[in-house]
Design a protein around this ligand. Sequence first.
Ligand SMILES: NC(=O)c1ccc[n+]([C@@H]2O[C@H](COP(=O)([O-])OP(=O)(O)OC[C@H]3O[C@@H](n4cnc5c(N)ncnc54)[C@H](OP(=O)(O)O)[C@@H]3O)[C@@H](O)[C@H]2O)c1
Length: 411
Amino acid sequence: MKKIGLVGFGCVGQGLYLLLSGAGYDNAVIKRIIVKNRDKTRIAPSEIIGYDIEELLEDPEIDIIVEAIDDAEWAYEVARKTLVSGKQFVTANKKLVASHLEELTALAKINNSIFRYEAAVCGAIPVVQTIDNYFAYEPIYNLRGIFNGTSNYILSKIFQEKLEYKLALKQAQDLGFAETDPTSDVGGYDAKYKLIILTLHSFGVYFKPDEVVNFGIEYLTADDIKFAQNKNLKIKLVPTVYQQDQKIAAFVIPEFVSSTDSLFNIEQEFNGVSVEAGFAGPQFLFGRGAGSFPTATAVLSDIQHVVDGRQYLYTKSKTPLERLDEKNIFLEIYVRYTEDAVKKIIPFESITEGLITPQSHQLVGYVSLKDLKNIAHLLKRERVSVIATGRRKVKAPSTKFGLVHALSEKA
Ligand SMILES: NC(=O)c1ccc[n+]([C@@H]2O[C@H](COP(=O)([O-])OP(=O)(O)OC[C@H]3O[C@@H](n4cnc5c(N)ncnc54)[C@H](OP(=O)(O)O)[C@@H]3O)[C@@H](O)[C@H]2O)c1
């Protein structure tokens, strides 16, 4: 039986402890748990609680270190030390994985360690292993979804119960879905980390977090909601990566979705991942993206993969795709702002719709992904709502004038 050293004993760590205690699983057992706070009452016996990860690293009986802490910087130390020691490493921490994916996978390879992180992406949905394993030889054209349960919960409250953003956020916080500082969830950062991980497995390409633009839902107002509802649309926070001609682009932007979209009916804290694959066609994975037991289940699945000696395949990394030139990709976006000056900072290629009132300006138009990335910090500073329509066009690299063809006209 393998011995586990667990780092972190909060929502995920305790879920794993209870799951391992009650599920009749006998391939691995938690030998020691490392936490930070010495004054908390624990549900595990005090004899197995410790405060220094060196204890785990120095214990030759411990084979697997499972990291479930809420501090990505410290988690990075734990990850590096574990992999260098040659022990196996399982984590639920998406920020850690997305920020250090190249280095940690290389360390795992050099030290012959297994490094797995299923719980880091969409909780209980087995999406990393599905993409890595079952789609290893499938060309993927498009991968998008709802990867952040907190934002989705808030959007459901806004659209279904007509709550204001602030109240919906407060409810999410009261229920433990949202952190006291919700920026990572509602700002699209959490969804971006997950997108980065899936992009590596789907296309063999590693984007650093600051290479992928992300907008969140934190600046949505009643005007934006009304705009969507007047067209029978909902707004969802949608991370997207797609390929065209063996090149890819990735971004996280709230999106208007229609009732024909598979994401339309994903509500509350649920997640969904939509994949368009070459041979398999469309696929959709749906489930709980967070929570103690759903996340612990994914960690347990990783533990079993470690027990079986199975590392991820990273098949797509052997022939990574290139990146699309972002200055040639034009996304149609809706923006809502109040200050006149804002329009000047948005280099629209063309405007398709506009509604200007004394209170607010709502414009829809095409902007290149490169420009959008360059001005993202200004739009956030001005609290501008940015919502993608899902339509995009591409400018052929050799063409000097205008837009030559619409690539993806969304239904
Ligand atoms: N919660 C979810 O539904 C969910 C879903 C998917 C992924 N995740 C990821 O899983 C990880 C853990 O999340 P969580 O919700 O379980 O967090 P949490 O409930 O806030 O618990 C965090 C745990 O980390 C421990 N910790 C913090 N700093 C530490 C340090 N320096 N040394 C040792 N222990 C330390 C804390 O110790 P004390 O108990 O002593 O304070 C606590 O036990 C995060 O990366 C999160 O993004 C969570």
